[in-house]
Design a protein around this ligand. Structure first.
Ligand code: GLV
Ligand code: MN
Length: 195
């Protein structure tokens, strides 16, 4: 059995393209197709949350085969009228491909210009790296889209959770001054995000 396994390993190591991933020197770890496969985006996400939207991540943390390859993908499921709230990917541009339904996709430039588009099945919209963006389901039924990133780990800064749901909390006076609202408004928003 040992000899047979060794032979099989040798075959994999000698396979075309194998040197690229194994360096042709590893004897213990065999590179297989499974390492380059991920089925985590095949199922609909649970949209039963305050936003009505669910993002299933397909980044290097769950799909190690992406390591060093500089790209990744998410699946976004949205109930009718759902909003994937304003957020930023610090390390990546995002390409939104709508598969089902209609999404209003918007972002704001560094010059405070709001740009948006209603995106339907088969259409794509691009959000440049680091800009605040959101998606809203404006169709009649559920919506589903895939988002592609030029980073294996784009990172995400969800603005409502970051500003109003951090631990410890950002001081109220910073937020009242920053947003030019009364303290009760800040407290009301904080209470929605666990603060
Ligand atoms: C959508 O904006 C996503 O980040 O997947
Ligand atoms: Mn995004």
């Amino acid at each position: 059995v040992f000899v047979k396994n060794q032979k099989r390993r040798q075959k994999v190591i000698n396979a075309p393209g194998a040197a690229h991933t194994s360096g042709g020197v590893r004897r213990k770890n065999v590179v297989t197709a499974d390492g380059f496969f991920f089925d985590g985006l095949s199922k609909e996400g649970n949209t039963g949350n305050i936003f009505g939207a669910n993002v299933t991540a397909g980044n290097v943390l769950g799909f190690p085969g992406l390591n060093t390859l500089g790209l990744s993908m998410n699946r976004v499921d949205s109930a009718p009228r759902a909003v994937n709230p304003p957020h930023i990917h610090p390390r990546s541009t995002e390409l939104v491909l709508v598969i089902k339904g209609k999404l209003l996709v918007g972002f704001v430039t560094t010059g405070f210009v709001y740009l948006s588009k209603v995106v339907s099945a088969g259409e794509i919209f691009v959000i440049p790296r680091g800009l605040v963006h959101f998606q809203k389901n404006v169709g009649k039924g559920k919506a589903m889209s895939f988002t592609a990133f030029d980073s294996q780990l784009p990172g995400v800064v969800v603005l409502p959770l970051t500003l109003f749901g951090s631990t410890p909390s950002i001081p109220d006076d910073v937020l009242t001054k920053g947003f030019q609202v009364d303290e009760d408004v800040v407290k009301a928003i904080k209470s929605k995000f666990g603060n």
